[in-house]
Design a protein around this ligand. Structure first.
Ligand SMILES: [Zn+2]
Length: 581
């Protein structure tokens, strides 16, 4: 709040010191429904912008009075204005390049997968690999892997791998090239499934796709290599697409040094059309001393300086596996499962960082003044991270570093209470509720999904939760994986309805419409250290705002997900205009 009020005082002083004409707004929007998302969630009629800042918010007459000769005036005719939306969790640098080589269709069924492979077999030279990655079987209609025979039929002359995380299905040629036969033995983690009758590998590699020799013939592959100019151009394209759905701030939740350099280059060109906050990815699997050294290096990076356009806010690592691959770390056993192929009744998932190592990693991060966050999907992982924050808080208060937990898909009432007490925030992905409720409810049942994305409870207990997409593939807000359309996400949090799923996923955890808006604006502003500058429409703040084609607070609930953004301003500059498309 401090900067905002200083700026406000400064502006008033300026108004008094120089002729009024020089201080007229550049832009006034009036006769609208301006949802300010201030403390009281006040609704105003008009808003004025000068340069990059908001200079007035209020009633039509009041704001229109400030109009000058050169002020651009837009009559909103009742339309809704919101603060620019914010996504707490994206992976833009890989997402932007995902289709650089060729377009990848949406795959919802095994037939879609096989059709794509057949198509690739026509253009990829024989003998070269065809790889399909991160098509989660839990999101396929059939909820299974394609079989070896199906892959053989689709591409008999190419080695094929269909993999999600460390699991994968190979066709016959892929097995042969990789030297995997009935006598093959796994060392360390993983299992190569064999047919009980013949002893031959079925093609399924559980937690051991490392044995697939996908590097063979790689040099002869058809894949194009992008120049750095092409990479920046695709990033710029993606950011403009973010703007087109109202996003003006995002957080890269696992940034590499290369990606950070790209964002810097784009910013220097004047082409970074979003505020980019960065959680730098660190490899927590290396030795503790070297992890701690990396954290200190991140803390000393020039981009640590306070900056609302491009800034490193902290670090991110991975605490457990995923719920789409059956490896999230749970407090109770997962239970036997055909879809997830779980045969051990005691299996609780995979924990990547033991508590003894997690504690010093989090401590170093907190002591370096950085925000810590970790991918924590299961309630076991969430609890372990809360334990670490609580322990550190005994000697070093954690609240000011805005400590975070990423995903928080499965929580407990107790973890939420402790997060509230410590000032721990949650970075949550409604797209997963939308896409994965069908599988998760079938696996865990009603009781164990009680605290699945428990947004209502988080709001009630005053844990600050921010919405994010975990966008990792493709450009396009609804065709991307995961979809980054914030209106689909808001609708999901309000209705708790999901794809291919009847009924509602614990509707007692639904957000109100106002809360859903806060989830994508002010709450993220706080989590991303941007709350002094953006997140709400208040005098003195940066002018990040959007105009919508409908009223999110009163339209029929199912219309929320169809919302279109008419205009988006970032720092007072128009970065999206639906009329000019
Ligand atoms: Zn992610």
């Amino acid at each position: 709040m401090r900067t905002a009020s200083i700026v406000a005082t400064f502006c008033t002083a300026l108004f008094a010191a120089v002729p009024a004409s020089a201080q007229r707004p550049d832009l006034i929007l009036h006769h609208g429904k301006v949802v300010t998302v201030d403390e009281k969630f006040s609704i105003a009629e008009a808003i004025a912008v000068r340069g990059e800042r908001i200079v007035a918010v209020g009633k039509n007459e009041e704001v229109l009075k400030t109009k000058g000769e050169k002020t651009q005036v837009i009559d909103l005719a009742g339309k809704m204005v919101l603060p620019g939306l914010m996504d707490s969790h994206v992976h833009p640098s890989s997402a932007a390049m995902h289709e650089f080589d060729h377009p990848i269709p949406e795959m919802l069924t095994i037939a879609d997968v096989l059709k794509y492979i057949e198509g690739r077999a026509k253009v990829v030279p024989e003998g070269n690999w065809i790889s399909i990655r991160q098509i989660f079987i839990t999101r396929l209609r059939e909820q299974r892997y394609p079989t070896k025979a199906e892959l053989d039929e689709a591409a008999p002359k190419h080695p094929v791998i269909f993999s999600t995380g460390p699991d994968g299905m190979l066709n016959s040629l892929a097995l042969q090239i990789s030297g995997i036969d009935k006598d093959f033995k796994v060392t360390g983690n993983g299992l190569i499934e064999k047919d009980p009758a013949t002893g031959e590998p079925t093609g399924m590699l559980r937690s051991c796709t490392r044995y697939a020799k996908t590097d063979v013939n790689k040099s002869a592959a058809t894949g194009k290599r992008a120049t750095s100019a092409e990479k920046l151009a695709r990033l710029a394209e993606l950011f403009h697409d973010y703007n087109s759905v109202g996003l003006t701030s995002v957080c890269d939740r696992d940034s590499s040094s290369g990606a950070i350099a790209d964002y810097q280059a784009l910013h220097e060109q004047g082409n970074l059309s979003v505020r980019m906050m960065i959680s730098q990815g660190i490899d927590a699997q290396s030795k503790l001393e070297s992890v701690q050294e990396t954290i200190k290096k991140v803390a000393a990076h020039p981009l640590r300086k306070e900056n609302s356009r491009l800034r490193i806010i902290g670090i991110k690592c991975y605490l457990d596996g995923g719920m789409l691959t059956g490896s999230a770390y749970m407090r109770e056993p997962w239970g036997l499962s055909k879809i997830y192929s779980i045969t051990d009744p005691r299996y609780r998932g995979v924990l990547f960082i033991e508590p003894e190592k997690l504690l010093p990693i989090v401590r170093t991060t907190v002591e370096s003044g950085l925000q810590f966050t970790a991918h924590s999907v299961g309630d076991g992982a969430v609890t372990n991270l809360v334990d670490a924050y609580e322990e550190i808080n005994k000697t070093t208060p954690v609240r000011d570093t805005r400590p975070c937990i990423t995903h928080c898909n499965f929580m407990t009432a107790e973890a939420i209470d402790r997060m509230a007490k410590l000032g721990v925030n949650a970075d949550i992905q409604p797209a997963w509720l939308y896409l994965d409720s069908r599988t998760l409810h079938a696996q865990f049942g009603e009781d164990r999904t009680r605290y699945f994305q428990p947004l209502h409870t988080l709001f009630e207990k005053k844990v600050i939760a921010g919405g994010g997409s975990d966008h990792m593939q493709k450009i396009g807000s609804l065709r991307s994986v995961n979809p980054y359309n914030p209106f689909l996400a808001m609708w999901t949090t309000i209705t708790r309805q999901a794809r291919w799923y009847e009924g509602k996923m614990h509707p007692e955890e639904a957000l109100t419409r106002a809360q859903a808006i806060r989830f994508y604006t002010m709450n993220n502003a706080y989590i991303l250290f941007l709350d002094k500058e953006v997140g709400s429409l208040e005098t003195g703040k940066q002018a990040d705002l959007i105009v919508l084609d409908r009223d999110l607070l009163t339209c029929p609930v199912d219309d929320i997900k169809e919302t279109k953004v008419l205009k988006t301003w970032l720092e007072g500059k128009l970065v999206h205009d639906a009329d000019k498309k």
